[in-house]
Design a protein around this ligand. Structure first.
Ligand code: GRF
Length: 199
């Protein structure tokens, strides 16, 4: 399978995914990285790793970003799109088009603490435990079907940075394992069931 990563920042999850799915791997290879930030470290990292990397401006025009991203993903023959620190919300049209082929990682045990600053939210809520979640993306923010989670303790003297680092170490194990399950057909996106009785 041909894998693409969409990312906005540092790229440590890209590094983990690229190591798990190198060129020529029979299960899958990361072959394309797209970023909405021209200066994102993840673009330089991708190029260092020998992976095709492109900047696509997002700005105020989400539709234009999504048209361009779709064109690039299609041209590259991408089977699975992996969001890894991609800091923009995609439209329902885009998430529907890629349903079951679009995956995200989030630094909390969803459904707890969706959205921004999940590690800070966990500390402020006094959670004793947190972790990370890999999930299929649906039209909501951090709401789609869970593929897998990894848990970490929250320690009494934790700072946001220390908790984030502890979670990140688990993200780097969770993301490749979740992708493996998707590629092996062990995790599938189930469309929401219609709860209405059918006549
Ligand atoms: C990770 O904590 C991810 O869960 C969150 O953004 C961070 C991205 O880190 N959504 P990196 O760019 O992969 O290093």
């Amino acid at each position: 399978a041909r894998l693409a990563v969409l990312a906005s920042g540092r790229g440590s999850n890209l590094r983990a995914l690229a190591a798990a799915f190198p060129p020529g791997d029979p299960l899958g290879s990361v072959v394309l990285v797209l970023s909405n930030r021209r200066d994102a470290p993840v673009l330089a990292l991708a190029r260092d790793l020998g992976i095709e990397a492109r900047f696509i401006p997002f700005g105020a025009d989400r539709a234009r970003f999504e048209r361009e991203a779709t064109a690039q993903l299609t041209a590259a023959g991408i089977d699975l799109v992996l969001l890894a620190g991609f800091m923009r919300v995609l439209s329902p049209a885009f998430t529907a088009r890629y349903a079951g082929r679009l995956v995200n990682i989030h630094p909390s045990l969803l459904p707890r603490f969706p959205g921004l600053h999940a590690q800070r939210q966990a500390l402020e809520a006094g959670a004793r435990e947190s972790g990370c979640t890999v999930h299929f993306v649906d039209a909501g923010v951090d709401t789609g079907p869970v593929i897998l989670q990894r848990r970490v303790p929250v320690l009494p003297d934790d700072t946001e940075e220390r908790l984030a680092a502890r979670i990140l170490a688990q993200e780097h194990r969770a993301y490749p394992e979740a992708v493996r399950r998707v590629l092996l057909g062990e995790a599938r996106f189930e469309a929401p069931q219609n709860q209405e009785a059918t006549p």
